[in-house]
Design a binder for this molecule. Structure first.
Ligand code: HEC
Length: 461
């Protein structure tokens, strides 16, 4: 009786496969559909049933041993009863140091080691896989087609709207040092000791912003639920925001200098320049200053826009912006109670020409980029605003790619561990003690996240 049921189920599922197969065959190349067929139905080249050896001697065929039964519809594996099958999406298997299973980091798979894993049950690191993972009699082309399928499983698995994939958006390797560093962070998220799974990110490389938008549109057409993680938006935030207005994917931890554009769907972003300026202005207000002078570069669009923004914010906080007042004409009172806001790079030689070194300088870290300035600028009275805590707990300086990478990996871990839906992201992403990001902060809240330092030696204000 039970056997009959199983048989019936097999036949039904085979029929289901045929119908489904007809529907999708047109849009998939043959490698992809062969891979899918093996993965979902245990049916290999020319309709043959794949043979699998389980626990050394039990030979099973076809559907009963299809990968999907254990590794799940989306390839992410799972923990059904006592079997714990790995996340075998190719992005995850081929990722250096990914934690695919309990026990921490393992070597990445390539084509050869994948074949060995599937045929002989030996992992890329040379570990004997649990006997619950069957050994399959797959031919080389079948192996290749499986890899093809596993590379795209996030995008090809039946989209019932509830699953989602995570896309990275980065310039072609070699075109931007910062972006390369970020890519390397994203690909090498450290495994956690308890082996909690890390969600895989599918990085899409672009040549130009318009190429990026085209590719993003293509991916989103296939998977409307895709979430965009740490896209590299420096310099084309506006273009991205424009594209996003139509497509509206959630954009987590955008790598950007600016705050979220109005109406955008950005999540967990580090305070941008606007939030940093707001933080600095709030600070001098608190300290009793009442005048501000702004150093900006009228030939630079960003600098000019920030100048306008700063004027608005200053007036909202009853700080008067002094225009081109020459130092000698200022009253003593104005001298004492005025600060400079720098919206262009601070260059020591230029400052030395200025007589008011005693005036407070307010500098978003972007404009105070080099620590070499430290010697010359020691005497300056200044406040530097950072979008993140600039040193780690042992006082080591962080670079942007590492902090963005850390946050992105934390996000991948949270998502991987709890299989979170894009709709249920947590309210706060905690990075370390006293350092966290809100899901969707207002500019005001974001300004509270800014770290203002007096000098480059950590002495948090
Ligand atoms: C009966 C359940 C089952 C089936 C069916 C199955 N697997 Fe597995 N698979 C597992 C388990 C359990 C593990 C974890 C083994 C371990 O880590 O020791 C695993 C591990 C793997 C690994 C190694 C991952 C790593 O982290 O090293 C690969 C690759 C893999 N499976 C591919 C496949 C493919 C491809 C198919 C289909 C052709 C398949 N599996 C079918 C249960 C299964």
């Amino acid at each position: 009786m039970a056997e009959k049921m199983v048989r019936l189920l097999c036949i039904l599922s085979a029929l289901g496969f045929l119908i489904h197969h007809q529907a999708v065959v047109a849009e998939e190349d043959s490698a992809l559909s062969l891979g899918r067929s093996i993965y979902e139905h245990g049916i290999g080249r020319d309709g043959r049933e794949v043979n699998a050896t389980l626990h050394g001697n039990l030979i099973l065929k076809g559907t009963a041993m299809a990968c999907i039964n254990c590794h799940g519809e989306n390839g992410r594996g799972g923990r059904e009863s006592f079997i714990r099958a790995a996340d075998i999406r190719w992005a995850n298997l081929s990722k250096p140091y990914a934690s695919r299973n309990m026990g921490g980091a393992e070597l990445p798979y390539d084509q050869e080691s994948f074949a060995k894993g599937v045929r002989a049950g030996i992992s890329a690191s040379g570990r004997k896989l649990d006997p619950a993972m069957p050994r399959f009699d797959l031919a080389d082309d079948e192996i290749l087609s499986l890899i093809e399928y596993l590379s795209r499983i996030d995008l090809t698995s039946h989209s019932d709207g509830s699953r989602f994939s995570i896309l990275g958006l980065l310039p072609q390797p070699g075109s931007n040092v910062l972006a390369d560093a970020l890519a390397s962070e994203l690909k090498n998220c450290p495994a956690r000791e308890d082996g909690a799974p890390i969600a895989a990110v599918n990085i899409v490389y672009f040549d130009s912003p318009s190429d990026a938008i085209l590719k993003l549109e293509k991916q989103l057409a296939k998977n409307p639920n895709a979430l965009v993680l740490a896209p590299f938006l420096v310099g084309w935030e506006g273009q991205y925001a424009e594209a996003v207005r139509r497509l509206n994917p959630q954009t987590v931890l955008p790598f950007s200098l600016l705050d979220a554009p109005v109406g955008s769907n950005w999540k967990f972003y580090f305070p941008g320049l606007q939030a940093q300026i707001l933080a600095l202005i709030k600070l001098i207000k608190q300290e009793g200053y009442s005048y501000l002078r702004i150093q900006y570069d009228s030939g630079n669009e960003l600098s000019t826009q920030l100048n306008e923004f700063s004027r608005k914010i200053a007036s909202l906080h009853q700080i008067k912006v002094l225009n081109g007042v020459s130092p000698t004409k200022k009253t003593q009172q104005e001298r004492i109670r005025s600060a400079w806001l720098w919206l262009k790079p601070v260059v020591m030689e230029k400052i030395e020409n200025v007589s008011e070194l005693d005036e407070l300088m307010l500098i978003p870290a972007l404009y105070f980029p080099s620590r070499n300035l430290e010697t010359g600028a020691q005497l300056l009275n200044r406040r530097i605003a950072y979008p993140y805590k600039p040193t780690d707990n042992s006082g080591i300086w962080r670079v942007p790619a590492s902090i963005w990478g850390k946050a992105a990996c934390e996000f991948l871990l949270r998502v991987g561990e709890k299989s979170i839906n894009p709709q249920d992201l947590p309210e706060v992403l905690r990075l370390e003690e006293g350092f966290f990001l809100y899901k969707q902060p207002t500019l005001d809240l974001s300004s509270e996240q800014v770290f203002v330092y007096k000098s480059l030696t950590p002495d948090v204000q």
